[in-house]
Design a protein around this ligand. Structure first.
Ligand code: SF4
Ligand code: SF4
Length: 320
């Protein structure tokens, strides 16, 4: 019988990242997430299957190309809006994708010469990812960086994440797992020996509010954080600071109390101000935008959040 090759479904692999853990890192983004944060700026990470992405700005128009219309046997691609070229003012017609007719056969992505239509989600073996990650080993060493496995929720592809972590540690590469914490403890327990650092989001300490806004309660997330700390794991706590949801004093005091409970396991607390830069990504997937569009907090306001935690005794708080 043929042996099944282990693969993970990635939606991105970014080099030279300085936002996903210490030093210069490569971040491996896996598809699929059980949470539905209304401010999500990576909607392409939410669903598990490969999806069709459509980037209108790359389309050169049906007059010059139109290959996707011919390739689509479902009639899901037709002529869309007229646009004026910024380069030489010529008028051209971009295509439009009718998502309800599309069965995601991806034939159009094979013929589009400008990757205006492209797949989001590719299956990789561990070895193929490692080939890419190995190239930057000198940067990891020099900067104190390494590899971060992120998502989506990377622990929703537990076998692949574990195998990738083991492969990194076998080559003495520093590893970080960026997780929502909303996974069974048994999965975290398995990856723990191969994970130097967990990047761990705290979004809301009130479980009912967490469930109503994000779709899942927070007990499992908080319990897992405590278990990681008790098992000797290291946590970089991240607090996405979201207007009208968790930016008030009450929420921040609750964050502070919980972080203090975790003790020395916490290496840093990062405050991530809400931003709305990801709106365009929803359009590419043909979905309506994030349920939350708010004004990003000011630097002064973020400083008040930092001070509140520091006054409680929380150490190493940074605004990211
Ligand atoms: S992926 Fe959708 S739009 Fe593209 S060819 Fe297939 S059915 Fe048509
Ligand atoms: S194949 Fe690509 S570039 Fe050509 S018309 Fe379709 S979307 Fe535009």
């Amino acid at each position: 019988m043929e042996e099944k090759v282990l693969t993970g479904k990635l939606y991105d692999l970014q080099g030279y990242s300085v936002h996903d853990g210490p030093g210069i890192r490569n971040t491996v983004f896996l598809k699929g997430c059980p949470l539905r944060c209304p401010w999500c700026h990576s909607p392409e990470s939410q669903e598990f299957p490969t999806e069709l992405n459509w980037m209108e700005i790359r389309c050169v128009g049906v007059e010059e190309c139109g290959k996707c219309i011919q390739a689509c046997t479902r009639g899901a691609i037709t002529k869309g809006d007229e646009k004026v070229s910024l380069k030489d003012d010529h008028v051209y017609t971009v295509v439009k994708v009718e998502r309800l007719k599309c069965d995601e056969c991806f034939a159009c992505t094979e013929v589009c010469p400008h990757t205006a239509l492209y797949k989001c989600g590719t299956d990789y073996t561990v070895e193929k990812v490692m080939d890419r990650l190995r190239r930057d080993k000198p940067f990891y060493k020099r900067s104190g960086g390494g590899v971060t496995i992120s998502g989506g929720e990377c622990l929703c592809q537990p076998e692949f994440t574990l195998a990738l972590l083991k492969a990194c540690k076998a080559e003495d590469i520093h590893t970080a797992v960026d997780t929502t914490g909303f996974v069974r403890w048994e999965i975290i327990e398995q990856v723990l020996p191969y994970t130097d650092l967990f990047l761990y989001d705290l979004k809301q300490m009130d479980s009912d509010l967490h469930r109503r806004v994000i779709g899942v309660p927070n007990e499992l997330i908080l319990e897992n954080a405590k278990k990681i700390a008790a098992a000797g794991g290291k946590l970089q706590i991240r607090i996405p600071t979201i207007p009208m949801f968790n930016d008030n004093d009450k929420s921040y005091r609750a964050f502070g109390e919980f972080i203090l409970e975790l003790g020395d396991a916490v290496t840093q607390v990062q405050l991530l101000p809400y931003h709305n830069l990801g709106v365009v990504k929803w359009e590419r997937l043909g979905r309506s935008g994030p349920a939350l569009e708010a004004t990003p907090p000011t630097e002064e306001f973020m400083q008040t959040r930092k001070k509140l935690l520091e006054d409680m005794g929380v150490k190493n708080v940074v605004i990211h």
